[in-house]
Design a protein around this ligand. Structure first.
Ligand SMILES: [Zn+2]
Length: 152
């Protein structure tokens, strides 16, 4: 009683993972949600962790998650990284302008989702800033339907 469990945050780094990923049932549901501008996450019945992108097994508790919850589209920047280069087909390219990757805790989620921060200059990015999710229009039914985040 009276103690607070530390929350574990999970970080997914978006290094070309959409394109070589074997899509499972959970990720199919996630992608279908994106095409409807919804962000679907799975919730652990034991620790209450809410994971996005959704996964089947909670890594903290090793239990299968069957409960789905909608999170976002708003969120808070927990951390960020500036991308001066990117890797395209194994070659390093300079990015101009510099890209910002934000680790965002979507409202209702406990895990962090990494994506590009759009329309924000590197000098203006701050931890704790509020953002909202930007979706591709029209959707293409893949991970890219979540384009990134923008400041609100
Ligand atoms: Zn758990």
């Amino acid at each position: 009683m009276g103690t607070i469990e530390p929350q574990l945050a999970e970080v997914i780094v978006p290094v070309d993972f959409p394109y070589n990923y074997r899509i499972g049932q959970y990720l199919e549901k996630y992608i279908k949600g994106l095409s409807e501008k919804k962000i679907m996450a799975t919730k652990c019945p034991k620790c209450g962790g809410v994971f996005v992108p959704p996964r089947k097994v909670c890594g903290n508790c090793n239990v299968i998650m069957k409960e789905w919850v909608e999170v976002g589209p708003g969120g808070t920047v927990e951390n960020y990284a500036l991308g001066h280069v990117r890797v395209v087909n194994g070659l390093v390219e300079k990015t101009d302008p510099v890209e910002i990757f934000a680790l965002v805790k979507l409202d209702g989620a406990t895990a962090l989702l990494a994506s590009k921060l759009l329309g924000v200059k590197p000098k203006d990015v701050k931890k704790g800033m509020r953002v909202k999710t930007v979706f591709k229009e029209p959707p293409e039914d893949n991970f890219g339907d979540l384009i990134g985040f923008e400041s609100t």
